[in-house]
Ligand binder design. Structure first.
Ligand SMILES: Cc1ncc(COP(=O)(O)O)c(C=O)c1O
Length: 448
């Protein structure tokens, strides 16, 4: 195989042109996931990178070292993971790993300095909202404005920008109601404004597999690596990824990464890299299962509304398709071109896999929701998302319980809204589990 002899930089697909003696190769997503940052160890030939636990590195003379001095500033496992992340997030050139997604967010916000203004999507992740309102407001005088980026018109959005607006913060889809933001449109508005704010996209929910915000013009992508990228619910980690042209900004974030010291351990870096090698396989399976579950919920008389932008009937289904990364679009198009024996596409209603998160409103209220959640056999009642195992939760009382009730109801987070992180178990088993739990919740019947 030729790829293993190429440098990470070549596989990265960003600076290939500078390496003239090597052929131009940009490998596909799955190939990059497995090979970038994972070259065989030069000393031993080990195919899997060893875990480098040493905190310090021998120097052959003062300042004469092999690229590593002290593990907070740089570590072989973290470097390898960052190389892989820069490659996987299409359009990426620089990646920085942090000890959590929240640490990545905090570092980016700190990088904009004092007395700045941020415009954020209105139902942003609660921890990000908390950082804007209760930490950065006090420590750096940050002012924040929250806007419904999905429905607001251009004039309303532009009117929210100020001379000191340094950041636009997007999540798409949002959590837990899976609203979609047209990232390209928001980037165009940001570019047209005199303040020239940077556009940050938290891409945690779709992962680098389904959505590529940097290709849509975003300046920074943030991930809670804790979720799909690691994918096995055993690492807390975050990342920031920037396009190649943001050299100075990447340097600034690198300086802060070292200065704050909120870095992941070598072991966690190694685990996350092992996890991301199967990101493409997992994300396809999550998407196929989530679509199956969403359609089963849609058929159920016990469900009021299903929120899954991949459903053909979802009002933003066309935007969801338009926002797919090039690799996800290929996956979806290939899937759609498959015909069964009757010549009918498997999803003649226009649906397609769009990540693994599905939310729905059960008929009834908190009581029915609670009965449903405790009747589930395969979905575990727990917070978080993005692992191989299916999880279910009640946002109003769990992940979003700290949001005041009035704001929660404005955002559509009622007592009957249930969020599912659909895993990669057998899809039919998951559907059966959902159907029996709905029966128990609404009719008191237990078929298990
Ligand atoms: C969309 C989103 N962004 C950021 C975070 C924060 O990540 P972490 O928990 O790794 O700090 C989360 C955590 O749930 C999240 O869901």
């Amino acid at each position: 195989m030729t790829v293993t002899s190429y440098s990470s930089a070549l596989l990265n697909g960003n600076d290939v042109h500078s390496r003239k003696k090597l052929p131009y190769v940009v490998d596909g997503f799955g190939t990059r996931a497995i090979h970038v940052g994972s070259e065989a160890n030069a000393a031993t030939g080990a195919v899997i990178p060893p875990i480098s636990l040493s905190t310090t590195y021998k120097q052959d003379g003062v300042g004469n070292h092999k690229g590593f001095e002290y593990s907070r500033s740089g570590n072989p496992n973290r470097n390898a993971l960052e190389t892989a992340l820069a490659s996987l997030e299409a359009g990426g050139g620089h990646a920085l790993a942090f000890s959590s997604g929240s640490a990545a967010t905090a570092t980016i916000v700190q990088s904009i300095g004092p007395n700045a203004h941020v415009v954020s999507v209105n139902d942003v992740y609660g921890g990000t909202f908390r950082y804007f309102k209760r930490v950065a407001s006090e420590t750096q005088g940050l002012e924040s404005t929250f806007v419904d980026f999905e429905n607001a018109d251009d004039d309303t959005i532009l009117a929210s920008f100020k001379d000191n607006t340094k950041l636009i913060w997007i999540e798409s889809p949002t959590n837990p109601t899976l609203r979609l933001v047209d990232i390209h449109r928001i980037v165009s508005l940001a570019r047209s404004h005199v303040a020239k704010p940077l556009v940050v996209v938290d891409n945690t929910f779709l992962s680098p597999f389904y959505q590529s915000p940097l290709l849509l013009g975003a300046d920074i992508v943030v991930h809670s690596v804790t979720k799909y990228i690691n994918g096995h619910s055993d690492v807390v980690m975050g990342a920031a990824i920037l396009p190649p042209h943001h050299v100075r900004l990447a340097e600034k974030l690198r300086f802060l990464q070292n200065a704050h010291g909120a870095v992941p351990s070598p072991y966690d870096s190694w685990l996350a890299q092992r996890g991301l090698k199967t990101l493409h396989l997992r994300m396809k399976a999550h998407g196929v299962n989530a679509l199956k579950v969403a359609k089963a919920l849609q058929r159920s008389p016990y469900v009021e509304e299903v929120l899954y932008p991949g459903l053909g009937s979802h009002p933003r289904n066309a935007l969801a398709y338009r926002s797919l990364s090039p690799h996800a679009k290929k996956f979806v198009d290939d899937l759609r071109s498959i015909r069964d024996e009757d010549g009918v596409s498997p999803d003649s209603e226009g649906g397609f896999p769009y990540g693994g998160m599905v939310s729905f409103r059960i008929r009834g209220g908190a009581e029915e929701a609670d009965r449903f959640l405790t009747a589930l056999r395969l979905f575990t009642l727990a917070e978080s998302l993005g692992g191989v195992e299916s999880l279910a939760e009640l946002p109003a009382q769990m992940t979003h319980g700290s949001i005041p009730e009035k704001e929660r109801s404005l955002l559509g987070i009622g007592d009957n809204l249930i969020r599912l992180s659909v895993g990669v178990e057998e899809g039919d088993d998951l559907v059966r589990d959902i159907e029996q739990a709905l029966q128990v919740a609404l009719r008191g019947e237990n078929h298990v």
